[in-house]
Ligand binder design. Structure first.
Ligand code: AVJ
Length: 340
């Protein structure tokens, strides 16, 4: 058996942050809730179902790119350590792991996810499939806990697939890229999956499927709050809404209150009112353009090495190399004679 350490990043920080986020979101106007709280066991299962819906193309498109490019990615990154952010069930990871393992360089895999249950499942599967790989699951919030990832001995690649980056607004995205850069050394690589701007009708269908799975997924955040914070959301009294914002170029999921209602969140000693028809934002899912991705990454010190899409041009996968050292990123002038 390989050494399989389990790192738990501040385990009760989840509840503490949930309380703070829910209080902030429900007392603001307009109300909002962060998307990361969709993913309890049921939420992760619902998302898994979403990835198989006919309308939800991103997972299939990204898988197609990875299938075609895995060997090239392995060769270009030549990494010994792979960190996957928001790894979920690690389904797509299999493609990368196979390519990186047969390339012979990979020694360590760190799946990083908010949901420990999903990690435990993935762990079991991967440990059986890759007996020589050191698997170190990491429960945490990728917006906050990347600093806790131990440094790698050799070359590292951080993968952030599925366009989960699109859940963040531009300022938060650049914060994340900087954290990713800080967990890498120059020459290390960042593999980023991004859904691309396309026909709004297709986007709206992808986020409002005919089987109603996305609606259940959206409402699941209310179930999580009911259970974790002793709230009494009447889940059926909130309706799923998905809108395309053409200015920000992102899809927005909202929950619309079907009637005037009051909700009590016992653990917060908080009661909030919803007007009939009031909409609360639960997720943004930004859609990207090639040049925008390149520019965002460049601002954090990355040089785009490759940009691939699926044959339909629906989804983008970028492999970028970290150029600048910490010293340069922190705007510390180089010492005399030091290369920049
Ligand atoms: C897992 C964040 C990439 O934004 O498309 C799916 C989540 N939301 N359907 C996305 C989601 C609605 C998904 N991500």
């Amino acid at each position: 058996m390989p050494a399989q350490d389990r790192i738990q990043a501040r385990p009760d920080s989840y509840l503490k942050e949930l309380r703070a986020d829910v209080r902030a979101g429900l007392t603001a106007w307009p109300k909002s809730l962060p998307p990361k709280y969709f993913y309890d066991e049921r939420g992760s299962e619902l998302f898994d179902q979403i990835t198989r819906l006919p309308e939800y193309y991103p997972t299939r498109a990204e898988t197609a790119i990875l299938t075609q490019r895995a060997a090239e990615i392995a060769q270009l990154s030549a990494c010994e350590s792979l960190v996957e952010l928001g790894s979920g069930t690690s389904a797509k990871t299999g493609l990368l792991l196979r390519a990186l393992s047969s390339g012979g360089t990979l020694a360590e895999f760190m799946p990083f996810d908010v949901d420990p249950a999903v990690l435990a499942d993935a762990m079991q599967m991967l440990a059986a499939q890759y007996p020589r790989l050191r698997i170190v699951p990491f429960t945490g919030d990728f917006e906050r806990d990347l600093g806790a990832i131990p440094a790698a001995a050799g070359r590292r690649m951080i993968a952030f697939l599925g366009s989960t980056i699109g859940n963040l607004e531009p300022a938060a995205r650049s914060g994340l890229y900087r954290q990713v850069a800080a967990a890498l050394r120059p020459g290390d690589t960042f593999l980023l999956g991004t859904d691309l701007v396309k026909d709004p009708d297709r986007l709206r269908r992808a986020y409002n499927d005919s089987a109603g799975v996305t609606a259940e997924f959206n409402r699941n955040v209310l179930r999580v709050i009911n259970r974790e914070l002793g709230a009494d959301f009447d889940v059926e009294e909130f309706e799923h809404v998905a809108v395309w914002d053409p200015v920000n170029e992102w899809m927005e999921m909202r929950l619309r209150s079907c009637r005037q209602q009051r909700v009590t969140i016992t653990d917060l000693a908080l009661t909030v009112s919803f007007a009939a028809g009031e909409q609360m934002r639960t997720e943004i899912s930004a859609k990207f353009r090639r040049d925008g991705i390149r520019a965002e990454l460049a601002a954090a010190g990355f040089r785009t090495q490759r940009f691939w899409t699926d044959p339909d041009g629906d989804f983008g996968l970028t492999l970028a190399e970290l150029l600048r050292s910490d010293r340069a990123r922190l705007r510390v002038p180089p010492r005399f004679g030091e290369a920049r």
